[in-house]
Design a protein around this ligand. Structure first.
Ligand code: ARG
Length: 582
């Protein structure tokens, strides 16, 4: 079901355009930029006039004349150079909201082209502490996964763990250097493993022989050396445990926990295909695929290094092969920062040359960096990289300041307060991220991001909790939701905003842009707040009006909850703080 007011008008416009012999391509409306003048506007007359060398106001007037006859319009005017402004009848908007309330999808439609999408997000690395860059990839990816599923696509999300490259050889060779052998590896926990990696990094930066040793170990590990494989297994599983905990806390989920290493066999297949098809060639002992230089010179893809090891590029190419052949992917989308733009351009082109993903849409979505107040990448107080755990702890500490202590509110002991703190803190982090367009970086607002006012996650959660409280009161008083009646301008504005939800979700889906949903959600919460201040539910003038307003409130709550769900954010039943305020 698709309950879109725009569709009603578009359908009528199409018929009118046909009758007037105008190009139907322009027969559509958009939500008005001037809410004071109209609900929707059609700018088709301007484009048509340009083509026909006519006066746009004349064409606009002819269309408006015909529209006058439609039973759903309250008023139509042609303004400015030829904008057609349309205001709908209140009953039409009310009926639409009634139908939305009855629909389990709240009026949201499905994609007409359902297909299988593999989403590659997260991408943490073994033995590296997760930082804010991994936050963005995980948070955006989770939201896109939920949006894609909601519109009817089959989604497989894969974490693509970085567990197979030179860093693995670096850690193992560092441990060998310090311990003399690998015997103690099974006893190392994640903190110790991370420390080895840090030291390996420093040593390899300074010392060519350390780099050489790491390369050798990497090649041996990939070649199947049992001892290295066993030690590596431990590093991998310890890391994965820590990573899973981080993601669980963030409510970022994956269907598959595959890593680069899982593509090893497919890597061998790809090398074979490349050689057989004559796509690759030998170059200084390495096996490479040269790329076109049509737009800009692109370095070749190195599929096998001169020491025989497989690198990041080959694992990604092989993973595409697996996703297409084993999972049946029709679309694969990656989420990383801009430092990997060239990498994906290279591997997408190599994949095309190899012919291993015919008719599969490959897309790399680039997100901007999270910055501190100085506009530079977000750091801790002492100048280090802000890791994910520190960020979560910081956010929770902030939220705790606004909540009552354990035991202060009946039914809220330590565990309940902690759960609520976490739900609000994660909402604060995620919403602050998702309200920005993916492409742009943003400044992490240390002071404001967890406030219950402003454009924040907690503000939306608070709006939902307030409505929950209204619904509970109504329930206790025996008041039921009824047919929607739109009298006050605030009621009308709310119902009109609610009617946009399908369009908002569809745009967020087609642009893979959760910020469209975040923006709408914030706007809806604000409009609700205006409505609620002007139009009380329990003390409405008539029982019919009370029932109508209750329905509007419930529908708003349901839409807000759905929107938060699509952003990957939970909506607690009560916020405690909210309760205290009322
Ligand atoms: N592990 C990589 C990193 O931390 C990100 C992985 C992105 N996904 C991929 N299929 N290459 O930079």
């Amino acid at each position: 079901m698709n309950l879109l007011l725009e569709n009603k008008i578009n359908k009528a416009l199409k018929e009118i355009f046909k009758r007037l012999d105008l190009d139907e391509k322009y027969a559509f409306v958009k939500v008005s930029d001037r809410a004071d003048l109209s609900d929707f506007q059609c700018n088709g007359a301007l484009a048509l006039a340009k083509i026909a060398h006519k006066n746009p106001r004349e064409i606009g007037a002819a269309i408006a004349d015909e529209l006058e006859r439609c039973d759903f319009c309250e008023s139509i005017s042609v303004d400015g150079p030829g904008f057609i402004n349309i205001k709908l009848k209140n009953e039409v908007i009310a009926q639409n909201a009634d139908e939305m309330a009855k629909d389990e999808r709240l009026g949201c439609g499905l994609t007409d082209n359902p297909h299988k999408v593999v989403l590659d997000y997260g991408g943490p690395n073994v033995a590296k502490t997760m930082h804010v860059g991994h936050l963005r990839s995980g948070v955006i990816g989770e939201s896109v996964a939920r949006i894609e599923r909601f519109v009817g696509n089959e989604v497989i999300s894969d974490v693509h763990l970085g567990d197979w490259g030179t860093p693995m050889g670096m850690i193992l060779s560092e441990i060998e250097r310090q311990d003399g052998n690998l015997d103690k590896v099974p006893s190392y926990d994640i903190a110790q493993i991370t420390e080895f990696y840090k030291q390996a990094n420093i040593r390899c930066k300074e010392d060519e022989s350390a780099r050489e040793a790491a390369r050798l170990v990497t090649a041996k590990l990939q070649g199947g050396d049992e001892q290295y494989r066993k030690a590596w297994q431990h590093l991998r599983s310890e890391s994965l445990k820590a990573i899973k905990e981080n993601y669980k806390e963030l409510d970022v989920n994956f269907d598959l926990w595959w890593g680069e290493s899982d593509a090893h066999t497919a890597c061998q297949d790809v090398v074979k295909i490349a050689k057989e098809k004559g796509v690759s060639e030998k170059d200084n002992g390495a096996e490479i695929i040269r790329l076109e230089e049509s737009n800009k010179p692109k370095p070749p893809v190195i599929i096998v290094k001169s020491d025989g090891a497989f690198g990041y590029q080959l694992t990604d190419i092989a993973t595409i092969k697996m996703r297409v052949e084993d999972l049946g992917a029709q679309e694969i989308v990656y989420f990383t920062d801009s430092r990997q733009t060239l990498h994906f351009e290279q591997i997408f082109e190599a994949v095309q040359k190899l012919g291993i993903a015919p008719n599969v849409k490959l897309q790399h979505i680039v997100f901007g960096t999270v910055n501190g107040a100085d506009g530079k990448p977000f750091k801790t107080r002492d100048g280090g990289v802000m890791d994910l755990e520190t960020l979560i702890v910081m956010s929770k500490d902030k939220v705790r300041q606004s909540l009552p202590k354990a035991g202060e509110v009946a039914g809220y002991g330590e565990a309940e307060i902690e759960k609520l703190t976490s739900q609000i803190a994660i909402a604060a982090i995620k919403f602050q991220d998702l309200k920005n367009t993916i492409n742009s970086g943003y400044v992490f607002e240390l002071e404001d991001f967890a406030k219950f006012e402003g454009k924040t996650g907690p503000y939306i959660q608070y709006a939902i909790a307030r409505i929950n409280s209204v619904l509970r009161k109504a329930d206790a008083a025996g008041l039921k939701c009824g047919k929607i009646i739109l009298q006050a301008p605030e009621e009308r504005a709310l119902a009109l905003k609610l009617a946009q939800v399908h369009n908002v979700v569809m745009r967020a889906h087609s642009e893979k842009e959760p910020s469209i949903i975040a923006e709408y959600t914030h706007g809806l919460a604000q409009i609700f707040s205006t409505f609620y201040n002007a139009c009380p539910v329990m003390t409405a003038e008539t029982p019919q009006l009370a029932a109508s307003r209750l329905q509007l409130a419930k529908l708003t709550r349901d839409v807000l909850k759905l929107m938060l769900f699509l952003l990957g954010i939970e909506a607690p039943e009560v916020m405690l703080k909210a309760e205290n305020k009322e």
